[in-house]
Design a protein around this ligand. Structure first.
Ligand code: HEM
Length: 367
């Protein structure tokens, strides 16, 4: 369809059919939102215009469109929509992640970048991380005949490591505190993402014993001479001005979404994208830091995740410890191909069911 601007007729992106009040929302009903959006994009194009109720939303599902939004027009699209729902969710824009692009956000972002989440600060928390990783290893090593809920243990590790970095100490009533924090701020972005990444990674490794063995060999080889594993070794935006993306008009105030999940499993850019094959990154220089728009797990542009180094540091150390110290197996009667990999809906796509596994201490733990 077309709109008129100063007498010129401008081309809007294609849209699926809409209903009067709910707009395009019925197209998202019944499936996980990121799956439904990917399916719609296949039918209507790599850039399409939806309506979430009254709110116009541009969804970009190609590398080129993502680049135009997150690089060329980043200053125009870096704000967050201030709809009533967003205001409630963001406690009127006080938390950084949902704050509109402006002075309040700039100040919060500065604190994140210069203080808590700077690479220098993140490095300085290494003793906390090593300490928490050691506690995780100890709790896994405690002898028990029954399988353990690894999802829960990983979530606990991530929360303790983050809390100690932010607050200076572990909390006795951590779980209740997390429940409160999960509603807002910095902390929710930190915990869910890192714990979920670790849980999916371990689940994929359990399903792919060949990859698990390779990773164990690598980590055990690297740390063989040492006594322990050490550190040494979403999104939605809004346009504040009108602009054009791939020749299509994006009117001022349109919500703009880059479907980063769809890009990261698009066969156009990836060979067998749904197969867990970490080796695919061995021979490429592919960057995950917001420069290659088919792979932006931390976003890109002005609103790129400020907690990238913090998250990666926690994830890498925990994963290295898990595969260094233990051999892993599934509970009796569950085979690798039967492992439940169902996703659940949410800002972070969590694993629906917890990961239950058995850990056998590797010989190195005895040293
Ligand atoms: C695996 C771990 C993580 C992943 C995959 C991840 C991913 C993301 C993504 C995709 C965004 C949105 C970027 C955009 O809108 O363009 C984001 C924003 C954000 N993340 Fe993370 N994140 C992770 C860990 C963390 C951690 C550990 C922290 C804090 C300690 C954190 C704090 C934030 C904050 C504050 C924002 C909002 C930034 C803003 O709006 O300016 N994240 N993250």
């Amino acid at each position: 369809s077309r709109i008129s601007h100063h007498g010129n007729s401008l081309r809007l992106p294609p849209s699926p059919w809409q209903l009067p009040i709910i707009g395009s929302l019925h197209h998202l009903h019944g499936a996980l939102p990121h799956h439904a959006l990917r399916k719609l994009a296949r039918r209507h194009g790599l850039i399409m215009l939806l309506k979430f109720g009254e709110v116009p939303v541009i969804v970009a599902s190609s590398r080129e469109a993502a680049k135009e939004i997150l690089k060329t027009h980043d200053a125009i699209t870096a704000t967050r929509p201030q709809t009533t729902t967003f205001k409630i969710l963001s406690k009127r824009g006080q938390g950084i992640a949902l704050a509109p692009y402006g002075d309040h956000w700039r100040q919060l972002r500065k604190i994140c970048n210069m203080e808590l989440l700077s690479q220098k600060h993140v490095q300085s928390f290494w003793t906390i991380r090593e300490d928490e990783a050691a506690r995780l290893v100890q709790s896994i090593a405690s002898p028990s005949a029954s399988p353990m809920n690894l999802s829960k243990m990983l979530a606990g590790y991530v929360a303790d490591a983050a809390l100690r970095a932010i607050m200076g100490d572990r909390l006795r009533d951590r779980d209740a505190f997390i429940q409160q924090l999960a509603e807002g701020d910095l902390f929710a972005g930190s915990n869910d993402t890192s714990a979920t990444t670790l849980q999916w990674t371990m689940a994929e490794l359990m399903r792919n014993p060949g990859v698990m063995l390779k990773l164990q060999d690598e980590v055990r080889g690297a740390f063989a001479a040492m006594t322990k594993v050490t550190e040494e070794g979403l999104q939605s935006r809004e346009s504040i001005e009108r602009c054009q993306i791939l020749g299509y008009e994006v009117p001022k105030g349109t919500m703009v979404m880059v479907n980063a999940g769809a890009l990261s499993i698009d066969p156009e850019y990836w060979d067998e994208p749904e197969v867990f094959r970490p080796e695919r990154f061995e021979d490429t220089e592919k960057d995950f830091k917001g420069n290659e728009f088919e792979f932006i797990p931390f976003g890109a542009g002005r609103r790129i995740c400020p907690g990238m180094f913090f998250g990666l540091a926690n994830i890498e150390l925990a994963l290295a410890n898990l595969v260094f110290y233990f051999d892993w197996s599934l509970p009796e009667g569950v085979s690798c191909n039967e492992l439940d990999m169902t996703e659940s809906a949410g800002i972070t796509v969590r694993k629906k069911s917890d990961l239950w596994v058995r850990a056998t201490p590797h010989a190195m733990l005895a040293r």
